[in-house]
Design a protein around this ligand. Structure first.
Ligand code: SAM
Length: 339
């Protein structure tokens, strides 16, 4: 059955994206640029990654159309990421357009926070419910060393500003080989009096990043449990990539994202679209459908929707194997995939 879709005036076939593992896909992680204003050592080389020509990046209209198609198939939550979303001009107008799409109920943004502080009122007005803020350390020198840019103060302005406006904040904090216990303790303290999730992330190996040997490292969870013996795991019914913990007298939560060592495929409900329009059903696949090619070859929404359904069903991963998860990702950077 076809139905009129108000977002673009075309007809799409509504339904629910379900893969052959019976997982309902309701979450889209959408990268709008491969450009970034930081050069995090674990993410990319000092000179950055080779930039995709502008004409290869999806236009805002193409992005809006794809989101409308996916929303008609049950995607309710959209997270805008990059690269750095604020490195693309007009991100606020894109967010406003996203929120107006029928079916999009939750809009989120992942940002490094460097340029976001002055736009928080606009984010709130655009209906952004929360931000994931990347922040690996509270030590200014270390921050500059890790990101190769001295911008910690700007990020903290975003952090405090977002909380003051009641914009939800989750911190993404990659734990590096040389992250000290003191740094971890300081990061965790951010969640003591604030309703903030402080989520520690295991490093994943990308081909463009500095080489870091993961083997033989004690697990991140083990380390945190040793530091915070009073951490208690929370059970959650909603799909989540992080294992969540609380502590006594703690307002926020501690999250652990074991991207490298844990399989969370069974609870995964998301697909990704890269800035060049590749549909990815798993961080570890190389793209399962070239949406840009479909858009630019004049296919209508119904046809694109059908191809997305086929691709999702066809390519459902059965759990990324330990071998797959521990190999160096062939992409040069998380910025190329959309983190
Ligand atoms: N620029 C935005 C930001 O910094 O939040 C969005 C894109 S960034 C690629 C998204 C997330 O990916 C960040 O939290 C970053 O720390 C994480 N990331 C990048 N490279 C990673 C790696 N090698 N291992 C784990 N996380 C990584």
């Amino acid at each position: 059955m076809s139905q009129h879709h108000p977002a673009n005036g075309r007809r799409v076939t509504p339904g629910q994206l379900v893969d052959n593992f019976n997982r309902k896909i309701s979450y889209l992680r959408l990268s709008i640029t491969d450009r970034c204003n930081l050069r995090c050592r674990y993410c990319c080389p000092a000179e950055g990654i080779e930039q995709v020509p502008h004409e290869d990046i999806l236009t805002f209209e193409e992005i809006r159309r794809l989101v409308a198609i996916l929303a008609a198939y049950g995607v309710k939550k959209v997270r805008i990421t990059g690269g750095e979303p604020f490195a693309r001009k007009g991100v606020l107008s894109l967010l406003e357009a996203m929120k107006k799409i029928d079916g999009v109920e939750q809009l989120y943004l992942t940002t490094n926070g460097v340029l976001a502080a002055d736009h928080l009122h606009a984010l709130k007005a655009a209906g952004v419910a929360g931000i994931n803020l990347s922040l690996d350390t509270l030590d200014r020198q270390r921050y500059a060393q890790i990101t190769r840019r001295d911008r910690l103060d700007d990020v903290l302005r975003t952090f405090h500003g977002a909380l003051a406006l009641d914009i939800g904040v989750k911190i993404n904090s990659v734990v590096l080989e040389d992250t000290s216990d003191e740094e971890l303790i300081e990061m965790v303290e951010l969640g003591r009096k604030r309703p903030v999730d402080v989520r520690f992330i295991e490093q994943m190996p990308f081909s463009g990043a500095e080489i870091i040997d993961h083997l033989g490292r004690e697990s991140l969870l083990w380390r945190l449990q040793n530091l915070f013996a009073d951490m208690v795991e929370l059970r959650t019914d909603t799909p989540t990539t992080a294992r969540l913990f609380t502590r006594p007298d703690f307002k926020g939560r501690i999250g652990v994202i074991e991207g490298n060592s844990r399989h969370f495929c069974a609870s995964c409900n998301k697909v990704r679209i890269t800035s060049t329009g590749m549909l990815k059903t798993c961080l570890y696949d190389n793209g399962v459908l070239d949406l840009r090619a479909l858009l630019r070859s004049g296919r209508d929404d119904e046809e694109i929707g059908r191809q997305i359904v086929d691709a999702v069903v066809r390519s459902a991963p059965d759990g990324h194997s330990a071998e797959k998860a521990s190999r160096r990702l062939s992409e040069p950077s998380m910025a190329a995939i959309g983190g």
